[in-house]
Design a protein around this ligand. Structure first.
Ligand SMILES: [Zn+2]
Length: 166
């Protein structure tokens, strides 16, 4: 019951804003070549608040409503917005607050490694393959692609810096 009410509210709220979260991998360089707005998130021709492909990027309104949908697709905006975070803990808190589901994947010399999860269902279903317990060649190529797209590896440094591998 609670979930239903929450979802309705969420949808209504979303109708009022142009920001459209990314649920799948989208190539921003390909988008840049198309005539599909100056903002990667609402596809409108608007002044850009932060440019990350040539003169195109994200508008102020979308930046204000930004939520992580696909960590690989969103990597430029995430890197830009986490510039204000100055420790591993701050960056981690920021990512969680902006809707990213993460799971730790070890640490070394002060760098923390994570899996940023784009699709929880697929990630959970194939975690044996993702963690290297089962050979990836046990699945077909289409499934391989789905598995690879269900997460991105993330490194968070002591100073809060982030690297998203895609
Ligand atoms: Zn926008």
């Amino acid at each position: 019951m609670y979930t239903k009410v929450y979802n309705k509210k969420y949808i209504r709220k979303n109708l009022n804003m142009p920001f459209r979260g990314k649920n799948t991998y989208e190539n921003c360089y390909k988008w840049h070549r198309q005539n599909n707005g100056t903002c990667f998130y609402c596809y409108e021709d608007k002044p850009v608040a932060y440019a990350f492909v040539g003169k195109k990027g994200i508008c102020q309104e979308c930046l204000d409503h930004f939520k992580i949908g696909h960590v690989g697709t969103d990597r430029h905006v995430i890197t830009y917005l986490t510039n204000q975070c100055h420790s591993h803990e701050e960056t981690l808190k920021w990512l969680k607050k902006h809707d990213l589901k993460l799971t730790p994947n070890g640490q070394k010399n002060g760098t923390h490694y994570y899996f940023g999860i784009n699709n929880m269902g697929i990630f959970n279903n194939y975690c044996a393959i993702i963690y290297g317990l089962t050979d990836i060649d046990t699945v077909n190529n289409a499934t391989k692609e789905k598995i690879m797209d269900s997460y991105n590896e993330i490194e968070i440094f002591k100073n809060g810096g982030i690297r998203i591998i895609y």
